[in-house]
Design a binder for this molecule. Structure first.
Ligand SMILES: [Zn+2]
Length: 83
């Protein structure tokens, strides 16, 4: 910081004022943004339904039966695609 102050004096820049200006508002803005993001997460309602992971939401799964591949209703979600 001292080196920056001396360099600033030589160049005619008030480093201390700049430091105060940007550390104060920068940090407080960051903190506000962090709080806003946390509030957004709390306000967002939980998803009502989740995609079924067994059939990826298709509601159908492939079943092998006597060398045939058949599409049958997913047993994880009863063909709904959601849980
Ligand atoms: Zn399913």
């Amino acid at each position: 910081m001292n080196e920056a102050l001396e360099a600033g004096k030589r160049a005619g820049v008030d480093v201390e004022a700049l430091y105060k200006k940007y550390t104060g508002t920068g940090q407080s803005k960051l903190a506000e943004a962090r709080i806003d993001r946390q509030n957004d997460r709390k306000d967002r309602p939980p998803p009502l339904k989740e995609f079924c992971r067994r059939c990826s939401g298709m509601g159908l799964i492939k079943e092998h039966y006597n060398h045939q591949v058949k599409d049958v209703n997913c047993t994880g979600c009863d063909g709904e695609g959601f849980k």
